[in-house]
Unconditional design. Structure first.
Length: 339
């Protein structure tokens, strides 16, 4: 079960007594912890019964003892163990000694009044370790690694639904293309969108266009697309907008070069019959980047893309050797590629 589904299905009467969470998407892990906290406590009983530990500083046997102790003037207790390195393959110089057997005995009979969250913020855990095997076998295990495009869109929809908002498919796609999979940034952008649409509680594509800034990468994508269609004026308008935003011409050139290179590599693999996931894996690109490239490759021939890469390299050389002014050199490049 994914962490998104697990968070969505959390209810007070179905909470498990022990959860094992691992993965590097700490934003979702924190969201999981917050949701459990909200389900367990009111303002009156939370301060004394929400206890957080760092495993580096506290022996596991002391944490287990705390978990086994009855709550203070409450029916529930939340115990969170952060940085649970005992399941990692990384070598950690611990400040304290851990009695792992104490935890194993607790797992066999956890306290009814306590929810124990064991958090290992690592992309991979050591599956060979006895403790890892036991945790995955005996307690509810939730993996929290970076989300793919569809999962990010699901998270966007879930976050908005919880606040009584809805978002159009095109608006969700644009939001993802401008922000990517950084959930912390997405949360901030969603807050802006919800404030802006508070009267109708429905976010459409135009709202995202007005509120969420276009990234440099998205602007470069627009430049390349305009160049391919021979829309020189449009390409130059976007380029000059980037200059007004204090973007460095050499940085813009580097992004243009990368975009043309990605298009060429994707096109070559597409012609060999590789699918989106295979191409993304081979080129070590985000699947969404490959998806956009696949949509664009029909507009370009391989000779054109090779010519574009050579022109980008020549422009870079001209700038760095002082043969041409950088702002003008990139502008001339865009004009020549549009012809």
């Amino acid at each position: 079960m994914t962490i998104l589904t697990t968070i969505k299905q959390l209810k007070r009467d179905t909470l498990q007594r022990v959860y094992f969470l691992y993965g590097v998407e700490t934003f979702l892990i924190n969201e999981f912890v917050d949701k459990v906290h909200q389900l367990l406590f009111t303002e009156e009983d939370e301060s004394m019964n929400d206890i957080r530990f760092q495993l580096m500083d506290t022996p596991i046997q002391d944490i287990v003892e705390e978990a086994a102790t009855i709550p203070f003037f409450s029916t529930h207790k939340l115990v969170v163990v952060n940085d649970f390195h005992l399941v990692s393959s990384q070598k950690v110089k611990a400040k304290v000694e851990h009695d792992v057997q104490a935890l194993e005995e607790y797992l066999a009979s956890p306290a009814d009044s306590t929810v124990l969250l064991i958090i290992a913020p690592y992309e991979k855990i050591d599956e060979r370790k006895k403790l890892t095997k036991r945790l995955k076998k005996e307690v509810t295990t939730v993996e929290s690694n970076p989300l793919n495009e569809e999962q990010v869109k699901q998270w966007i929809a879930n976050s908005l639904n919880e606040n009584g908002f809805h978002i159009d498919q095109r608006a969700s796609q644009l939001l993802f293309s401008r922000v990517g999979s950084n959930l912390m940034l997405l949360e901030k952008e969603l807050e802006k969108c919800m404030l802006y649409t508070a009267d109708r509680k429905h976010i459409v594509e135009q709202d995202v266009k007005e509120l969420v800034a276009e990234t440099v990468e998205e602007s470069i994508f627009s430049v390349v697309e305009s160049v391919a269609l021979g829309k020189t004026e449009r390409a130059l308008l976007v380029y000059h907008k980037l200059l007004r935003q204090k973007e460095e011409p050499l940085a813009i050139l580097a992004l243009l070069t990368r975009q043309f290179r990605n298009l060429l590599y994707v096109k070559i693999r597409q012609e060999k019959g590789y699918g989106q996931k295979e191409i993304a894996s081979q080129l070590k690109l985000h699947p969404y980047v490959v998806q956009l490239a696949l949509q664009q490759t029909k507009r370009y021939s391989k000779p054109y893309l090779r010519r574009a890469l050579i022109a980008c390299a020549d422009t870079d050389y001209a700038i760095k050797t002082g043969r041409d002014v950088k702002e003008r050199a990139v502008e001339l490049l865009l004009i020549s590629l549009s012809m």
